[in-house]
Design a protein around this ligand. Structure first.
Ligand code: 2HA
Ligand code: ZN
Length: 271
């Protein structure tokens, strides 16, 4: 059996959490990541039939039966993931009936997965129906995006359009725009269900006055998606109190979307 600390999926979770912390997106225990890993890949490092303990999922996770995930722990700080992955991360395998998760490794101090587990797993279920290559769901509190929530209408069309205007390549990176949920109580099945509903249409979902959810095929791709949205929000926050004398026009965004051959939300443009 190979050493789990050398596994690419553990190393990549460590570097992603470290980068998110470095950028100020994940203060204290803010943020969480879940990353689906092939059973066969996990089996190179761990006995996938041997559970350290079982943890109730708290909802019907049957559509993910037998799937393995590496997930950040509840109450854990992104700041500490890289120096102690075995305490701050866990590798789980969802049981056949979806009611429990077998802990295969991690949460060494007796902990469990993030309180946002329902939102993560429900988002995985929704995204896998749209794109069978989806593997990652990521939540964080990027500073400028959160600031923008306080001064910009929380309307999907308007919010997406403003973000697209802020950096030339935004429309190519998230051509479907961003979904926006109203403020809701976090850590509940209800916010999980609402997030998953939005994930049918968007890979980026804003939790108003809280943070953002992103989904993608790899940790890098999902990180890059949130990074691009956050950069656009930063440009907005740096300029929104100043007179705007130049802007990227809707017809320019169309040219860009056509160049990148992306299927963009035409109804989010004034064309
Ligand atoms: O787990 O970010 O939304 C910490 C959070 C909750
Ligand atoms: Zn949060």
């Amino acid at each position: 059996m190979k050493n789990i600390f050398d596994a690419g999926f553990v190393r990549d979770m460590c570097s992603t959490a470290a980068n998110m912390y470095r950028l100020g997106w994940d203060e204290r225990n803010g943020g969480n990541i879940s990353y689906m890993i092939d059973k066969e890949q996990v089996a190179e490092y761990l006995d996938i039939d041997k559970a350290v303990r079982e943890i109730p999922t708290g909802f019907d996770a049957k559509p993910l039966a037998d799937r393995c995930f590496i997930v950040t722990g509840t109450g854990k700080y992104f700041k500490n993931v890289e120096s102690d992955p075995e305490t701050n991360l866990g590798i789980i395998r969802i049981s056949k009936d979806g009611a429990t998760a077998k802990l295969l490794w991690g949460y060494r101090d007796g902990g469990k997965f993030t309180s946002e587990f329902p939102a993560h797993m429900m988002s995985h279920i929704a995204r896998l129906k749209v794109d069978c290559a989806n593997r990652v769901v990521m939540h964080s509190h990027p500073t400028n995006l959160l600031a923008m929530n306080y001064v910009h209408p929380l309307d999907e069309r308007k919010f997406s359009h403003t973000l697209w205007e802020m950096c030339t390549e935004c429309i190519a990176v998230f051509p479907e725009g961003v979904g926006v949920l109203p403020w809701m109580l976090c850590g509940t099945n209800e916010i999980g269900e609402a997030t998953a509903e939005k994930m049918k249409e968007f890979r980026v979902v804003i939790w108003a006055l809280h943070g953002v959810y992103g989904a993608g095929k790899t940790l890098d791709e999902t990180f890059g998606l949130i990074e691009t949205v956050e950069k656009a929000a930063q440009i907005f926050m740096l300029t929104s109190h100043l007179p705007r004398i130049n802007t990227i026009k809707d017809e320019d965004m169309v040219k860009l979307a056509e160049l990148f051959k992306v299927n963009y939300r035409k109804d989010f443009l004034d064309i």
